[in-house]
Ligand binder design. Structure first.
Ligand code: ARG
Length: 481
């Protein structure tokens, strides 16, 4: 204790003359106790679970009364007091006290102010350990539901733009080199598919987290004749968790949700990165309006895609929070350890960041305008339809693909030397290399013929894109958005 106090003096003493430091440094005159409160307190974070905490307490009290563990009058008073607290918090008149550490003790203490001694019966057959696990499961469940709605709206925006751009041709890339023409609608639908799997991962996490820890008590269960099935049902859980030690000590539900969030954020970040590339004047395939760009304080011509850049950047903290909680959990013996209190701040921050990122990407998907002429020009650059010529040689002349690849390579070389696009190379020049080539082959080499021919399932043909986009729109709108 003495040593800790001395060490504190050293850190604050060097800045003794600084006003602000004097102001907060003064708090430490109480020594380790103030530090203890600062490291121990979680109310600044877990106050956000107030609604879940109150709902779980109400369910618990009602069950205690139903089982004759507390009196019906007490239960009624407890429920009424909890309702009052809920409206105080929502009305902004509730005073959260750091000295009461967390949301559970803040609520219980206020309940005692309001209803007196019966408040003390609420904590029968439970502990803050099962309380916090229950509250946070409910909170994460709500967060998942919110993210699911946001991702669905994002999919809808993308599918609408995809339908609009089913025929818009753009370059498709591998290695960020022009590869083959694709349709813009097809490209946008790729993100709709990713978001669908993201929603699937969240739905999976939600399904597994939806079991109730309430009634596991501190770690061993309780000697009171509680009905955990009843409280689970009231709170919308599928069942009570089967093992009390597991119930209070695992945070895999947070990890799983953060893993789903991390993957979703990577998907958003890749789209954000494409927006940054596409809006660069070097590329110029799309434009964002003033709604999603900022100007520069010095360069008047600038339109910076800040929102996309920030979506890309927020991925860092989302992945970071998953990493942080994995590290918190990895060495913890059963059952509850205070380390677990660190699960909430990162997770809440990460899920809020993801929600913001999804909304921002939805906004940009709706806002962007495509420079379709420029996209189409770029799609034809770099001999992007060379594969179409090779395919024609295979299909029409029954040439083995390897040979067709070789012949096409020589024709591309000729076009390159002449400085023209593939479909501008005279037929005679092509026939010098392969005499059986006809006009029909050249007609295949426009970017529009190229994409139109890609009708294989999942391919980029406008007809496919229209079917897929319309299918998504129907599915997304079916159960309301
Ligand atoms: N604030 C705590 C948390 O978030 C609640 C549980 C405290 N339990 C305990 N035994 N100290 O984890």
């Amino acid at each position: 204790m003495q040593a800790r106090r001395a060490a504190l003096k050293v850190t604050t003493g060097s800045e003794r003359d600084d006003m602000s430091n004097e102001m907060w440094g003064g708090r430490y005159s109480a020594g380790p106790d103030a530090i203890m409160e600062d490291i121990n307190v979680s109310i600044d974070v877990d106050r956000r679970m107030y609604a879940q905490d109150i709902a779980a307490s109400k369910a618990h009290a009602a069950m205690l009364a139903a089982k004759g563990i507390i009196g019906a009058d007490d239960a009624k008073n407890i429920a009424g007091g909890l309702d009052t607290i809920l409206s105080e918090i929502e009305g902004g008149t509730f005073t959260f006290k750091r000295s009461l550490e967390d949301i559970h003790m803040n609520v219980e203490s206020r309940l005692t102010d309001i209803i007196g001694a019966p408040a003390g019966r609420l904590h029968t057959a439970r502990s803050r350990n099962d309380q916090v696990a229950t509250d946070f499961r409910l909170w994460v469940r709500d967060a998942i539901d919110g993210l699911d709605r946001a991702l669905k709206a994002y999919q809808l925006a993308l599918a609408e733009r995809a339908l609009e751009h089913a025929d818009t041709v753009m370059p498709g890339f591998t290695h960020l080199q022009t590869a083959q023409p694709v349709t813009f609608g097809h490209h946008l639908l790729a993100y709709v598919e990713m978001a669908a799997r993201d929603r699937g991962r969240f739905a999976d996490a939600r399904k597994r987290l939806n079991e109730s820890p309430l009634g596991a008590a501190a770690l061993a269960g309780t000697s009171f004749p509680i009905d955990r099935h009843a409280t689970a049902k009231t709170l919308g859980f599928d069942a009570p968790m089967a093992n009390s030690l597991d119930a209070v000590s695992d945070r895999d539900f947070v990890l799983e949700t953060l893993a789903a969030a991390a993957i979703a954020s990577v998907h958003l970040s890749r789209f954000a990165e494409e927006i940054v590339i596409w809006t660069s004047p070097l590329v110029g395939m799309i434009k964002l309006s003033d709604k999603f760009t900022t100007g520069s304080s010095i360069m008047p011509q600038k339109r910076n895609p800040d929102a996309a850049e920030l979506v890309r950047a927020k991925t860092g903290r989302i992945i970071g929070s998953l990493n942080a909680l994995l590290i918190v959990m990895k060495g913890l013996p059963l059952a509850y350890q205070k380390d677990m209190q660190e699960d909430k701040e990162g997770a809440m921050d990460a899920l809020a960041a993801l929600s913001l990122a999804v909304h921002a990407m939805t906004g940009m998907a709706r806002d962007l305008t495509a420079d379709t002429a420029r996209m189409e020009r770029a799609a034809g650059d770099g001999y992007a339809t060379a594969t179409d010529l090779a395919d024609w040689l295979v299909r029409t002349l029954k040439m083995p693909f390897r040979e067709a690849h070789h012949v096409t390579g020589r024709i591309v070389g000729k076009a390159e030397a002449a400085g023209v696009a593939l479909d501008r190379l005279p037929l005679a020049a092509m026939q010098e290399i392969e005499p059986r080539i006809t006009d029909e082959a050249i007609r295949m080499l426009s970017v529009h013929s190229s994409v139109a021919s890609r009708v294989s399932y999942g391919g980029t043909a406008p007809a496919n894109v229209r079917t897929q986009a319309q299918g998504w729109l129907d599915r997304l709108k079916k159960d309301g958005v």
